[in-house]
Design a protein around this ligand. Sequence first.
Ligand code: ATP
Ligand code: MG
Length: 471
Amino acid sequence: MITKFIKGLIKRQQKPKVTSAKSANTPQRISKKTHRIDPHLLSKNAVKVTHVLQQAGFSAFIVGGAVRDLVLGISPKDFDVATNATPEEVQKLFRKSRLIGRRFQIVHVTFFGKERPEIIEVSTFRAMLDHEGEHLAESGRILRDNVWGTQAEDAERRDFSINAMYYDPASETVFDYHGGMHDMQKKTLRMIGQPSKRYREDPIRMLRAIRFAAKTGFTLDPETRAPIADLADLIHDVPSARLFDEILKLLMSGHSWPAIEGLRAAGLHHGILPLLDKALDGDSASGTGTEFIKLSLSNTDERIQAGKGVSAGFLFASLLWPDLTQNWRRNLAGGMANVPALHAAMDDTITSQNSGITIQRRFEADMREIWTMQPRFEKRLGRFPHRLIESPRFRAGYDFMLLRCSTGELPSSLGFWWTQFIDADLSAREELIVLAKAEDIKNGNATKLVSKRRRHKSKGASSPSAEFLKT
Ligand code: ATP
Ligand code: MG
């Protein structure tokens, strides 16, 4: 689709002049005939926001990633609007709006529709800072960013040329300040301004470069790529929560595997997801570890590309699984019982990961639940499966178990059994349990349990089966 669009564009249009950052005060105006934005891909609410602002005498445009995606023929996942109205002026025009952010003040305008609410982010044109004094950290990183400016200045402080185009829905015109359309034709990701300076101002731009390259299939312009190797360490200056958000975006981009390869090729991966490094560098996990990670990432990508939801807890649970199983095995070899060995391994894995980016608590809770459920899938007798299926997070645990089956870590017959169990009525479930028992006996798995029961009986335990159920 993207390739088709670009070929068409090259045919239809004379090459637009690439404007350099210095002469970028007058944008190139690109008409509908050339940009070919499909109006059906526009958010009605974003158009409404620009309309209301324009009616009130301000200028307002859809901007950034949404314009990039619209030109590529992709449906944008969110819409940003840029305007010369101040945040306070924006707030006065929209009843359901909220001022958010400190470093970067924006207004969220919320629309409640039949489906989930849509938030349009409205930001005021910002000026490029003069890079002197209070706004910069020692490394050159920008700390505060609320100096209003013109549209041209606003364009100059954006990251890539393809992210600095403005679309006016009223005139259906794209305003392109930095040759974004031309870079689209060339399938190039080009940083606006001097790349090394822009990375120092905000090192997260290095990760964005890799993410957009993976998402669009574009190539990083050589000058944009060159400084990354030297500046990679600046990533550690970025506050952990922001880094986590960016990594999450990268993993949830629908192109996570090429993005991870991109990070590794650029030398940007070290210390961000330490356990992922360990697994992928091959210094600790076996080939199955890499296989497991690849498979879970490609599953995630497929789900996202099909418009299905993906839980971050599930994703991190799978990325850290190879390390966890290694710790678990080590604890078992040291004589610990199965479940305590698993819990101790979970603590170790999470602690080691948190030396890189700290996984947020809510995701950590999901991960622990998914992991804790895993040994329970192997207990298919008595009330066990009935209880497991009633767990609130059963579905995530089940999907995770299926992932383990697909890498050969568990027999695929186990996944099949559970899939049948989920769909079965009560009597069919009892039949499945009988089948599982026969299978366990055949495989020698039941012997231990039976002998345990006998031991209890001979000790005079009141209810051996109750004791058995507790294990
Ligand atoms: P997507 O939403 O698909 O991840 P996006 O380009 O819309 O991609 P956002 O994080 O939503 O990314 O940012 C919106 C716009 O704000 C970008 O297109 C870019 O113009 C600008 N922007 C975002 N982050 C930065 C940054 N770190 N430095 C400079 N400009 C940025
Ligand atoms: Mg966006």
